[in-house]
Write a protein of this length. Structure first.
Length: 390
């Protein structure tokens, strides 16, 4: 565990309340978990979150206090949103935090309003991406842009997890000095052996029936529209058609609302023996050793933790060149970037990596070097603590 030592000894620790909408396990949740658990020797920390899930369980295992708001959800609901505002205001006034650190778009605005009303001394908002980059109507995008702008104005400082996230708000007035870029960072990962990982991901009978030189393509992804898994699956179908001589499988680790649609798509494309939905798996990054290639097909992304994790596994990566992903991967140097929603490019990129083993291995090595050098958890923690102390 990485700890940050404070040069000044204080009798009373600074209290930070982290707030996040959902208790599932995704990039924003991992971010909150890393901050709350790693800086706890220096600060008094607690996490306010919606519902039950892996984040709550992991925090409690580490002894981090959790405050649950069961009616807090991602979808907009005026009744529950008002209840959330009132609940947060009551928590802030009773807890007297020195810092409230908000995460996710919706809770950012509600939390900032509640923290302002409760006179919290310092309000921090981390932008893990913007809702206006999602597939919405023109009007909805403008409304969300306005809400994000208000959140930044209400907060003392906004952390953008990539340069791209900051760039998306460059036209907003009065925010120039209120946004700092602190890129996500990760620690060393303890990977399973290839055999252990593959045995965990596929049924024993399926695994042992595969040809010896089967290529394993994989991803870790919430089953959500923003992750573009439809295009990944269609890309795999094109690859199968393009190179019937290749033996490969595509394994998707993760769970979400798109499961039924993706199951139907897999069946329609007759990929039942090629594409596998492995579901949510605890400590999924440790299983990256199962894969020969990692595929990220997101249609919008801030700075994908999974690409950093794939880099630590020294995997060649095919990724949509969206958001902050090009800040990690240099196209055709440390991976391959493709246009979002483009199954044809996904298929061609996968074919290239399978056909060019030495080049593929070189991509993986260079990506690992980049991640170790520029995206360490220690660096992220130090820069975030500096924002807290401003």
């Amino acid at each position: 565990m990485t700890n940050i030592q404070d040069p000044q000894t204080q009798n009373k620790k600074t209290k930070i309340l982290y707030v996040i909408t959902k208790s599932n396990w995704g990039g924003a949740q991992k971010y909150v978990y890393d901050l709350a658990t790693h800086i706890s020797p220096l600060f008094e920390t607690a996490v306010i979150l919606g519902g039950d899930g892996p984040l709550e369980e992991r925090l409690e295992e580490k002894g981090i206090r959790v405050i649950s708001l069961p009616f807090l959800s991602r979808n907009i609901n005026p009744f529950s949103d008002i209840k959330t505002f009132i609940s947060l205001f009551k928590i802030f006034t009773s807890e007297h935090p020195d810092i409230v650190h908000l995460n996710s778009s919706k809770i950012g605005l509600i939390g900032a309003l509640a923290a302002k009303k409760a006179k919290v001394p310092r309000i921090i908002f981390t932008a893990h991406g913007w809702a206006f980059n999602e597939n919405r109507s023109w009007l909805a995008k403008k409304i969300f842009w306005f809400f994000h702008w208000i959140t930044i104005i209400l907060s003392h400082q906004t952390i953008a997890v990539s340069k791209a996230v900051k760039r998306d708000m460059k036209s907003a007035p009065f925010v120039k000095n209120k946004i700092s870029v602190i890129q996500n960072g990760i620690e060393k990962i303890s990977f399973k052996t290839e055999e252990e990982a593959r045995d965990r991901l596929l049924p024993e009978k399926t695994y042992h029936s595969l040809p010896p030189k089967t290529f394993w393509i994989g991803t870790i992804s919430e089953l959500h529209k923003n992750k573009g898994l439809e295009y990944a699956i269609r890309g795999v179908a094109k690859l199968k058609s393009l190179r019937p001589d290749f033996s490969f499988v595509f394994v998707i680790i993760g769970e979400g609302e798109e499961r039924k649609y993706l199951e139907k798509l897999i069946k329609e494309l007759r990929l039942e023996q090629v594409v596998f939905l492995a579901g949510y798996i605890e400590n999924a990054p440790s299983l990256l050793s199962a894969f020969d290639i990692f595929l990220l097909s997101s249609t919008t992304e801030a700075l994908a933790f999974v690409v950093l994790e794939a880099g630590m596994a020294k995997l060649p990566v095919v990724a949509s060149g969206v958001g902050g992903v090009p800040e990690i991967i240099k196209d055709m140097e440390s991976g391959i970037l493709v246009r979002p929603k483009n199954s044809e490019e996904i298929a061609k990129a996968l074919e290239f990596l399978i056909s060019h083993k030495e080049r593929s291995e070189d991509f993986g090595k260079k990506l690992k070097d980049t991640v170790k050098k520029n995206f360490s958890l220690k660096k992220m923690l130090a820069e975030t603590v500096a924002v807290y102390k401003k």
